[in-house]
Design a protein around this ligand. Structure first.
Ligand SMILES: Cc1cc2nc3c(=O)[nH]c(=O)nc-3n(C[C@H](O)[C@H](O)[C@H](O)COP(=O)(O)OP(=O)(O)OC[C@H]3O[C@@H](n4cnc5c(N)ncnc54)[C@H](O)[C@@H]3O)c2cc1C
Length: 458
């Protein structure tokens, strides 16, 4: 059946089949169940189904295939493009799949994809072990891993996919495949960066690293062009144990800030040194020397301490653009200052992540994430309340991105709903053609199309 022709589903029959783990319009929990991280994706699916194992995931995939209803796959619900909820479609909600099996001897863990990065990190952290995900605990390990995974250990241990050893994947024809370097290596290559295009990952096996503690946390510096330029230079020169994320913004009135800082440009930096405390203090000194910190919460802590719970955060409207930069000089820093000061949004931010290290040593064709040589990832974003203001903030974000931009290229997980050309930018050179080929093999009818889509046919 083609993905566009639809037949309706019987909700009572669905409830019987999935032991009640189905939520449909009119149910008391419907609004909560259809909610995703970005509130602007206010969509009304025909059913939200929470499978209990891979066999049930295969049944939901079959249901979407047979009815033609659009399938939205959800792990943590943080898709910037709202892909994990669909009007009139079926949401395959993986939130019941939260098993974690740690094999301490082999330094690996099998994790079901309903886990969040925060839950996984806390659980393995109890034994002084770690796998690097992103900067936010509530993000799902499913979406984050399949797109790549750029976080606090990126320079030390590479992307999340560089630590992915195997996966269990339910394909469009309902098979449950065990996938690794030996078994279905083409699929294993594609899911390491190609997103949800090839099937539903139900379990992922990660490498674990020993990490008893870090020196990390937030460092808040007053910002001007010189400090911003200096920060990026310090992050590039730092040992690989240190990863830095600089969020540059006009300081909101936060309680830990002196009132005179409110409304001023600041760098809210998240720093993580994955090593012992003494070496960490040495590595952090150049950042602290850039300016008198407004707040310094960088300290020895468990790695999981970086992930503060943010259950109640709701992001209404956001205009954001992401890109890679090939360098960052004083002119770029001045561009950042000018555009942030010109924004009329409730909050405007530029985020700079200095990459390199272990991530850059992986060959570009080893996985579907090919941007191995890009030294900096940048994002600009405006957060505001009213959808009516979107055109103005979109124009601001476009102008800011154009002023900063190096060559083409984008990290797929930081794309919003930006069209096919931008998806192609995520997969430069031969990567795109290879992904199309794998897509043809495993999902020739594009059942999995609610994603940053790689169509099987031209
Ligand atoms: C606040 C915030 C902070 C972030 N920080 C980082 C960061 O530091 N580093 C980083 O790399 N990324 C980061 N991201 C981006 C994040 O990696 C992507 O948004 C990712 O897609 C979210 O995964 P999810 O499972 O929560 O999302 P979902 O919305 O559940 O899934 C997104 C898409 O991924 C696919 N998908 C999800 N799970 C599966 C699965 N099990 N099998 C097959 N396909 C699946 C589907 O196509 C789905 O539509 C951040 C996003 C947000 C909102």
């Amino acid at each position: 059946m083609s993905p566009t022709s639809t037949t309706s589903i019987s909700i009572p029959r669905l409830r019987d089949r999935f032991d009640g783990r189905v939520t449909a319009p009119g149910d008391p929990g419907y609004d909560q169940a259809r909610k995703v991280f970005y509130g602007k994706w206010d969509r009304r699916p025909a059913a939200i189904v929470r499978p209990a194992d891979a066999a049930e995931v295969a049944q939901v995939v079959g249901l979407a295939r047979d009815t033609g209803l659009e399938l939205a796959v959800r792990s943590g619900g943080h898709s910037l493009a709202g892909h994990s909820v669909a009007d009139g479609g079926i949401v395959l909600d993986l939130s019941q799949l939260t098993a974690l099996e740690v094999d301490r001897e082999r330094r690996s863990a099998w994790a079901q994809t309903g886990l969040t990065a925060g839950a996984y990190t806390k659980a393995v952290g109890a034994d002084g072990l770690v796998t690097g995900f992103g900067d936010t605990g509530s993000v799902g390990i499913g979406g984050l891993t399949l797109g790549g995974g750029v976080g606090y250990l990126v320079r030390r241990h590479g992307l999340t996919i560089d630590n992915l050893l195997a996966a269990e994947v339910v394909t469009a024809d309902g098979r449950v495949l065990q996938v690794d370097h030996q078994r279905h290596p083409d699929l294993f290559w594609a899911i390491r960066g190609g997103g949800g295009n090839f099937g539903v990952a139900t379990r992922l096996r990660f490498r674990l690293h020993e990490l008893p503690g870090i020196v990390g946390g937030m460092l808040l510096l007053p910002a001007d062009a010189g400090v911003i330029e200096g920060f990026v230079a310090a992050a590039g020169a730092a040992p690989e144990e240190l990863s830095a994320i600089a969020n540059i913004m006009v300081a909101p009135p936060m309680p830990f800030l002196p009132p005179e800082a409110h409304g001023k440009l600041v760098i809210m930096a998240m720093l993580a040194y994955a090593g012992d405390a003494e070496a960490g203090e040495r590595a952090l000194a150049p950042f602290r020397a850039l300016a008198e910190p407004l707040a310094d919460m960088v300290q020895p802590m468990p790695y999981a301490g970086l992930f503060v719970p943010q259950e109640d955060i709701e992001v209404a409207e956001e205009s954001a653009r992401s890109m890679f930069l090939d360098g960052f000089d004083r002119a770029a820093a001045e561009t950042v200052v000018q555009h942030l000061q010109a924004s009329t949004a409730a909050m405007a931010v530029a985020q700079l992540r200095v990459l390199g290290g272990a991530m850059a040593r992986v060959p570009a064709d080893a996985t579907a994430f090919a941007h191995r040589d890009r030294p900096i990832m940048a994002g600009v974003g405006a957060v505001y309340e009213h959808a009516a203001d979107r055109p103005a903030h979109d124009a601001w974000a476009d102008g800011f991105a154009a002023a900063l931009r190096g060559g083409p290229g984008v990290y797929v997980n930081f794309l919003s709903d930006e069209g096919l050309e931008r998806v192609r930018e995520a997969y430069p050179g031969p990567t795109w053609d290879r992904l199309v080929e794998v897509k043809r093999r495993y999902d020739p009818h594009n059942l999995f199309h609610r994603n940053q889509n790689i169509p099987p046919a031209p």
